[in-house]
Design a protein around this ligand. Sequence first.
Ligand code: C2E
Ligand code: CA
Ligand code: CA
Length: 767
Amino acid sequence: MARRNTAMLADGTLRVGTHITHSEDLQTEVPPSVLLVDDDEVNLMVTALALRDRGFFVTEVSSGEAALEHLRQQVPDIVVLDAMMPGLNGFDTCLQMRSIPGLEHVPVLMLTGLDDDESISHAYRVGATDFFVKSPQWRLLDGRIRYLLRASSTRQELLRSRARLARAQDLARMGSFEWHSVPASWEGRLDLSREALRVFGLPHGSSLGLRQLIRMVPRAERHGILRMLVDLRTHHSVLATDVGMDLPDGRRRVVHVEAEPERLAASGAVGYTGVVQDVTDRRTAEDKIRHLANFDALTGLPNRRQLLWRTERALEHARRHGHLCALLLIDLDRFKVINDTLGHAAGDELLTEVARRLRSCVRHSDQVMESSVEAGSSRAYRTLEAVGRLGGDEFVALLPEVATEHDAERVATRILEAMRLPIHVAGQECFVTASVGVALFPRDGQTVLDLMRNSDMAMYAAKAGGRNATAVYVPSLSSSGRERLELETALHKALERQELVLHYQPKVDVRAARMVGAEALMRWQRGGRLVPPGEFIPLAEESGLIVPMSQWALSEAARQVKVWHERFGFSDAIAVNLPSRLFERPELVDHIRECTAVAQVPLRSIQLEITETGLMKDLQGVIPALHRLNDVGVRISIDDFGTGYSSLAYLTVLPISELKIDGSFVRDLGLTPQSAAVVTAIIALARSLGLSVVAEGVENLRQMEVLHRLGCTVMQGYLFSRPMPPDEIERWLQQTVLPRKAPWISAVEGGDQTEASLSRGVAGPAR
Ligand code: C2E
Ligand code: CA
Ligand code: CA
């Protein structure tokens, strides 16, 4: 047979020259292969010739057995099979062939006798694709074969693309379904593709009704889904939703369902075709992103963005329902100190614990169902209630509905109480307090920003009042423009009319029991009243009046040094408080030079105090002045140390000479371990930097003794003397210090005999 094939092939090739077009086709395309089966040798040869002539690659066999034998080795594109053959006839050959794997779909053209109806239907029954009545009509045969080949390749393409689709759907965890209504059935008929079944965690071939499917939806979502389905059936709308599913294997997945209505021509009934897709992973990623964008990474609380959003929503609801809404701004007192002394890791730990405690003070909910909030009907807006972190040590509590101001205050008090127990971080007990500012909608502001600003103002009022307190916003906190203008004008005149005076508070070295300097504190004699600096310095700073006022203070202090020097040999420095903006002015050094020259005192008799906050705020602008001042011998003191935001690294390079421990730490000495820890840290820091350290606000012996024990000996405070007019300072020295009658002197002497007696020789102002 092989030889004959070759001969036929050779024969076929000979004809190539006469069929140029075919030969061109043959070059670009593989010729379709035909297995031709006929027991009649002549028929076989003639048909084969005709087919080769038309561009087919023909293999001839002369029996059914030989055909099957060949088919097992090689699969042709089509089988042309004579029906009538001795031995295995065409029908049986076809039947057997169909049972061979891989041959189920190879097209079979059965050659039958003319008008043999029985043969034709028999041919179809055994799996033939088509029949052809034997005749030498080669063109017809050619056409029929090509038609079958086209149909077969279309079919194969379809199969391939279906397989590809199934694979793609599998990869995308996607499947399709059809849902048709069935008369008298609520559920209708649901057909799920194999891939769709897989999405629902079911094996191929399982049958699943809508009812079972709904049962897989978690209880909380079920009602919503049912309502959606009912809607769908009444309005024939498009469906697109994500729904949770508890799969039979216990996994909880999120499935995206999308379906379009489809009117069925015959019944006019509406069906749905759609896809289902497992979108759990995408949803998890989305949730993660949403969480990152809206929640603080450290504490897990809602962040600024989320808080603004929630407050915005809460205000909408409050407006609609006419109720009050409260915003509480919570700021930790002196968190910075803890952060700087114990390190950032400890600071983070502390913030996390604070966050946890704050959460317990309100009905905090992380999850806000946006849809339910938008729905607006229920009291869903209550889910907006939360504590969030604005950043740093600033937190906010949002109360979407309060009955009265007292409700908000009660929560604020609860917050302060929640801080009462110490927090353990870095192996230490820390006591944290907070200041809380409260603003109410609509009374204290119509917008989120107004409420934020006003609660902030109230919070500052709480801090100014001594911290660890709550303050509700009152309009006077932001004094009206007119009031301010009046005050500003009056202040202008005060300067001209010389209504400003300096009072002095001694700095005392308790070990030596002597005054080692004084701080000048400004007062305003307005009418009969002595106005404290807290009431006019801030305005002076805002209006710029602080510049001439400070210049006046410098020259007045220099003059005082001279007076005291002449009266009792004062040879220390008077410290003047300057705002940071003065350090930024190039003429500061010259001005001090001039003041001291006029008063005829050395430059070092003026000392400058700049607050830690002011220093850090304008660090770059201030540094050059610090260096120039230091060069000429004017010493710089960092005021209110511990309350600002010092980067300790800077302190090592700044030309400063003194740290003043803020009075707030001194106040709690002997009461909370934390204040002692802070003071110890500041003293250690000052030592390591070669700076002197002064404690402010010392009011009683207990504080003095603790400070003394911790190694701080220079102090200021009511215990020794209030700020006084200059004459009274002299009297104080004469009547208290010199005769060594004050209780603080005996206290130190009692506890520290040798030191005190040693220093007595140089003690006292008159030298
Ligand atoms: P400061 O520089 O921290 O001044 C210390 C404040 O604590 C003074 O308040 C002083 O009277 C008060 N004080 C002193 N000893 C004690 C004590 O034992 N207990 C308590 N509770 N307080 C004590 P004062 O005089 O009301 O000044 C307040 C602030 O005003 C000063 O804080 C300073 O920042 C500013 N200030 C005062 N005078 C001037 C000035 O001439 N120029 C500038 N720019 N600011 C000034
Ligand atoms: Ca000061
Ligand atoms: Ca101070």
